[in-house]
Design a protein around this ligand. Structure first.
Ligand SMILES: Nc1ncnc2c1ncn2[C@@H]1O[C@H](COP(=O)(O)OP(=O)(O)OP(=O)(O)O)[C@@H](O)[C@H]1O
Ligand SMILES: [Mg+2]
Length: 347
């Protein structure tokens, strides 16, 4: 990819922190509640995760498992009314997000964190050119003049592989293809050189080839800029392409966390096994099996393991007491039987 001379804008070329052991994002025992027809209900329960610089954490699970709520909580973007964090901590780049006021949060979100969504048009304004929108973002969060912000917009578009960036910067979102719009969104997200990027199903709406290109681009952005990325998807196949670590969510909880290859080789939660068996190519193609049953509603959670009513391995003990995430060898799992079960590929 072409790189431009960035000395003219004052933006450092790639201020990539060296990937280290200290996580940039650290979430501990986070629980979130929403007001529903059934009163306050806990939709996120005891979620703990961390993301290190230059690494991608995949967050995967069925619809309604709490992936987006987790990301919104980390960004401090939960609705102001009808939602509350009932417990837990969120530390981003050493800052305890729960102690900050709205002004500080807004500054931190712009400078250190960015988010991209499935549908770029929800974030891009059709009435302004791509360049105006990126430059505006830069000016809002960095102390730079109009000209430098515009130059930064061109650089960012160039960085995400948009050809003829200095020309395309004058175009409107509708003049871009779906894949190009997603690239423009990524350009906007990285324009202020954040340390954390949250991507919520960013490639779901794209065809497979473009999806692959965007995944590669995100991966490169992470490595080149030392970005810590949270990548949300319901697709285990996509997780395999881009992530270093995975957190599997079910019914508002993380049920398994681990390094990607280890988790794929030997899942340590039956729900993870179910998700893997439902992906073409990951395991035997002729043996695709969907997980029977549906996710329980927040007001109708099973007493013990939340997955137990759908779990082919459940025993009586699984149905009685809630389980904590616990370490079993290289993994964190909420399965009571993780030590004795051999899960994974269909033999
Ligand atoms: N604003 C809200 N008010 C009430 N409940 C909500 C709200 N937003 C989310 N929820 C509930 O929180 C739970 C988790 O939702 P979330 O959007 O995080 O799911 P998800 O894993 O992102 O699903 P999907 O794959 O469909 O995007 C669901 O039960 C959902 O109904
Ligand atoms: Mg979601």
């Amino acid at each position: 990819m072409k790189t431009m001379d960035k000395t003219q804008t004052g933006f450092a070329p790639t201020t990539a922190p060296i990937p280290g052991e200290q996580p940039i994002v650290s979430v501990e025992n986070l629980s979130v509640e929403f007001v529903t027809d059934h009163g306050w209900q806990r939709v996120l329960n005891d979620v703990s995760l961390e993301i290190k610089p230059g690494k991608v954490l995949g967050v995967v699970g069925e619809s309604g498992s709490g992936k987006s709520v987790s990301s919104l909580a980390i960004m401090s973007l939960l609705p102001r009314t009808g939602a509350r964090i009932s417990s837990g901590s969120i530390v981003v780049d050493g800052i305890d997000m729960r102690t900050l006021g709205e002004r500080e949060l807004s500054r931190i979100r712009g400078e250190r964190m960015a988010m991209i969504f499935q549908e770029p048009m929800t974030s891009l304004n059709p009435a302004f050119t791509i360049g105006e929108q990126i430059a505006e973002t830069v000016r809002r969060h960095k102390k730079v003049g109009r000209k430098a912000a515009w130059q930064r917009a061109i650089e960012a578009l160039d960085e995400v592989g948009i050809p003829s960036a200095s020309d395309r910067v004058h175009r409107y979102p509708h003049e871009f293809s779906g894949g190009m719009r997603q690239r423009a969104m990524i350009a906007m997200a990285i324009s202020c050189q954040p340390k954390v990027l949250i991507a919520d199903e960013p490639t779901t709406a794209l065809d497979v080839t473009i999806q692959d290109q965007i995944l590669q681009l995100l991966r490169t952005m992470c490595e080149d800029h030392g970005l810590a990325m949270m990548f949300i998807t319901h697709n285990m196949g996509v997780v395999a392409d881009i992530c270093d670590d995975v957190a599997v969510m079910y019914a508002g909880e993380i049920v398994e966390r681990g390094e990607i290859t280890e988790l794929f080789d030997r899942p340590r939660h039956p729900y993870t096994e179910g998700l893997l068996r439902a992906v073409p190519h990951v395991y035997d193609r002729n043996e695709l099996i969907s997980i029977p049953g549906t996710t329980p509603a927040p007001w109708d959670m099973p007493q013990g393991c939340r997955f137990s009513p759908r779990c082919p391995y459940a025993v009586e003990a699984c149905e009685t007491a809630p389980l904590q995430l616990r370490r079993v060898e290289d993994r964190l799992t909420r399965c009571l039987r993780a030590d004795e079960l051999t899960l994974g590929r269909i033999k």
